[in-house]
Design a binder for this molecule. Structure first.
Ligand code: HPA
Length: 265
């Protein structure tokens, strides 16, 4: 099954009006998928899509209108730690491209390394650090695998997101996101190391999708919802339940910012 075939199937079900932007929702952030007026297709009905097995994700693709803009919302992602495949989101992103989508916003839940980025805040990824040594393009044969990453986080999308946050009266500082493979959380020593090396937040996703987006020619930007301080920086006990409980707090800010950005499109 090619991405084009799956895209044609999606168009049959959801209509073929142009889609302006794609959105990937992180852990505990799936609510927005239910706000889209349109057609929801469970991943299980889309060949080649991941069987997203992480609770706090709604594994469905929703195509429809949000704030008057036609969007494609991935209500869940596959992570490297689920089956050891850093390219787990490659096919869904190829399908997005085949649907004619040119820009993508990624969201995630993350741990903070900065006192001025407490749980409940949101952070625009100015850049990222890949601490895993993995890459979703390993094994890709074409020359296109040598993707430049200097401007990976798209300046134009950033300008629009910052203007939207301002209009929505949401604080959205920028910071560097470091990708750790998970599924175990980091150790306090790893968090200290990441801080020294220039990270502001840590998480278990998003970086492979940024690399894949650039490979596929999609403009991409990403926002973290801070659910906790990194290990050792507070006395919270980290768990996925904790992430899911905390995500909705920052998610409200994320949602206001995204809605504002869509309204301005
Ligand atoms: N580390 C990694 N991933 C996360 C965290 C964290 O502290 N919080 C939410 N996702």
């Amino acid at each position: 099954m090619t991405a084009e075939t799956v895209a044609a199937h999606i168009r049959e079900r959801a209509g073929d009006a142009p889609i302006q932007i794609g959105l990937v929702l992180g852990s505990g952030l799936g609510h927005l998928a239910d706000e889209v007026r349109g057609v929801a297709i469970p991943y299980a009905e889309l060949e080649g899509f991941p069987h997203a097995g992480v609770s706090g994700h709604s594994p469905k693709l929703v195509i429809g209108e949000l704030e008057g803009v036609r969007v494609a919302v991935f209500g869940g992602r596959a992570h490297y730690y689920e089956a050891g495949n850093p390219a787990a989101m490659r096919f869904p992103l190829e399908v997005l491209r085949a649907l004619g989508v040119e820009q993508l916003l990624l969201t995630n839940a993350a741990g903070s390394l900065r006192a001025d980025l407490p749980p409940g805040s949101i952070m625009l990824l100015s850049d990222h650090i890949n601490f895993t040594g993995l890459n979703p393009l390993i094994g890709e044969q074409s020359e296109a695998r040598f993707v430049g990453m200097s401007d990976a986080h798209n300046p134009d999308l950033h300008a629009r997101l910052k203007a939207a946050a301002k209009a929505a009266d949401v604080e959205m500082p920028e910071g560097v996101y470091a990708w750790f493979s998970g599924p175990s959380f980091e150790t306090p020593a790893e968090i200290r190391a990441a801080r020294v090396l220039g990270a502001d937040a840590v998480g278990m996703s998003t970086v492979p999708e940024i690399i894949l987006s650039r490979f596929l020619g999609l403009k991409v930007a990403a926002i973290s919802v801070i659910t906790n301080m990194g290990a050792g920086l507070s006395d919270e006990t980290l768990s996925h339940d904790h992430t899911k409980t905390m995500a909705p707090i920052g998610a409200a800010k994320l949602e206001r910012t995204l809605r504002e950005m869509l309204r301005a499109l």
